[in-house]
Design a protein around this ligand. Structure first.
Ligand code: MG
Length: 129
């Protein structure tokens, strides 16, 4: 079993981790861009594993799934580190509040918002049938 955590706690855990490991960074443009870049790199690693194995393999390979999930969480760690630095020094709102506010905002958007090509594709597809 595992402990459930909220985003606020996740940010605090990452702050503790970076302090323990000597990576408590200052809030500078360079540091923030670096954290963002590392988050993208970790995400790329996850995508590489998906590309290498394919979804069907992921469904049956625990090892492949573990690789993907670990890289995705690595990416989230960097995002939480970035968020925590900003929250510490700027400061930002508590991430849980921002998450819920943004979720509400996105729920108010239209079906398949921002993807007009999907709506176009589906209407064309339905014309064919
Ligand atoms: Mg990694």
């Amino acid at each position: 079993m595992y402990d459930m955590v909220n985003l606020y706690e996740c940010v605090q855990y990452i702050r503790e981790l970076v302090k323990e490991k000597g990576f408590e960074d200052e809030c500078t443009d360079k540091v923030l861009f670096g954290k963002g870049l590392f988050a993208i790199m970790e995400l790329s690693e996850a995508m590489e594993i998906i590309k290498k194995h394919g979804v069907e393999t992921l469904k049956v390979s625990k090892h492949a799934r573990e690789e993907v999930q670990e890289e995705l969480i690595d990416s989230i760690f960097y995002l939480l580190d970035l968020y925590g630095i900003l929250q510490r020094d700027i400061p930002l709102e508590v991430p849980d509040k921002v998450f819920m506010d943004k979720l509400k905002k996105n729920k108010q958007r239209n079906f398949q918002y921002g993807r007009p090509e999907l709506v176009q594709y589906k209407s064309e597809k339905n014309d064919i049938k």
